[in-house]
Design a protein around this ligand. Structure first.
Ligand code: KG4
Ligand code: ZN
Length: 336
């Protein structure tokens, strides 16, 4: 039997739908909501409204691109959380309505697990157990992955996520939201040792990113008083130095986790896994015996393909959501 899954992602500011057939991604339509740029951050109410406006088009696109008709679907996977409540509700309600109308079972997917399982979309695939540094706009975690659906958080941020730190610092530098990738771009032409920012010293595998954000704020205030054009004149060196500090903090903890667990299968996942310095640095670790796994850019930032692949593994285990319209429930509905 072929397993055809329609997947929906709506946890933040990407409206995305994908079709995954037997664990293979046939389509992955992603719409990034531009509206938030004006406000310098995601406005939850606007995100929900934009999801509402675009979700049907995105699902339609994904089904058409995959050449799959809705009657041929075996399950609908949706992001259950974590994420913005109003944004998640759009995806859940759509999936639930679709399921009620078509009798297709539902699968609920954890967004962070899905970021990690994006590694099973394409080769090379990590073998278990592996460590995954999961870094996004909302999370920063080191996860020990024992199996597809068996994961253990070894450490995480105690305040801001690293992506959030990238975006907030980018805003201080005058970049539009989300500015993480712009810091990355400018950093390529800068000197990472030009400016020094403090790294947080938290014991164990936990992180903290609020200190560096404040340090950059005070540093810029002082320098701008001396020279009005300080940011423009130093933008490349500033970006390179900030990026070097943020990625350095991630890397120190990841190296510690590898040392202490003895696990050398190491993956990165989430939006910040698109960062070129992080990708470069993790690759160089192959020389010291790490087996490293870096997802394609398309599968780093939020996308429904990763929800579909996670949904596929849950389907194989018969792990369906409570909202599923079981044959018994259908009978009751028919009687009403
Ligand atoms: O996983 P994701 O798409 O959404 C969340 O679940 O949060 O991650 C988005 C985050 C944003 O903070 C964005 O600035 C950051 O990933 N990001 C980057 C890069 N590309 C995206 N941060 C640093 N360098 C990049 N190249
Ligand atoms: Zn995400």
């Amino acid at each position: 039997m072929t397993i055809n899954i329609l997947a929906i992602e709506s946890s933040c500011d990407e409206t995305s739908a994908a079709v995954v057939v037997d664990g293979r991604v046939l389509s992955n339509s992603i719409l990034s909501q531009d509206i938030h740029k004006i406000y310098g951050g995601v406005v939850p109410e606007l995100a929900s409204r934009a999801h509402q406006r675009h979700i049907i088009t995105m699902v339609d696109l994904a089904l058409r691109e995959a050449g799959i008709h809705k009657r041929d679907l075996n399950a609908i996977a949706f992001t259950q959380g974590p994420g913005l409540m109003g944004a998640l509700l759009v995806g859940v309600s759509f999936a639930k309505g679709f399921s009620l109308a078509t009798d297709i079972p539902l699968i609920s997917v954890n967004h962070m697990q899905a970021h990690i399982l994006a590694h099973f979309i394409e080769d090379p695939r990590p073998s278990f157990p592996f460590l995954c540094l999961t870094v996004s706009g909302g999370h920063t975690q080191i996860v020990r992955v024992n199996d597809y659906l068996d994961m253990e958080i070894l450490g995480q941020t105690r305040d801001d996520a690293v992506g959030e730190a990238f975006d907030k610092i980018a805003k201080l530098l005058g970049f539009p939201y989300p500015g993480g990738h712009l810091i990355d771009q400018y950093a390529r032409r800068g000197d990472p040792s030009r400016f020094t920012f403090p790294k947080s010293e938290i014991p164990g595998f936990d992180f903290s990113f609020s200190g560096i954000k404040t340090a950059v704020l005070y540093f810029l205030r002082t320098e701008l008083k001396k020279e009005k054009d300080f940011i423009n004149k130093n933008i490349e060196n500033l970006c390179a130095s900030i990026e070097n500090t943020l990625i350095g903090m991630l890397f120190d903890k990841l190296t510690l986790a590898v040392k202490q667990t003895g696990i050398r299968e190491v993956a990165i996942a989430g939006g910040v896994a698109a960062n070129s310095l992080l990708r470069e640095r993790i690759q160089t670790k192959q020389k010291s015996g790490w087996h490293t796994y870096i997802p394609e850019f398309e599968y780093c930032t939020d996308n429904a393909a990763m929800i579909g692949i996670a949904g596929y593994f849950k389907f194989l285990r018969g792990d369906f959501a409570d909202l599923t319209v079981t044959p018994e429930a259908r009978l009751q509905l028919d009687r009403i």
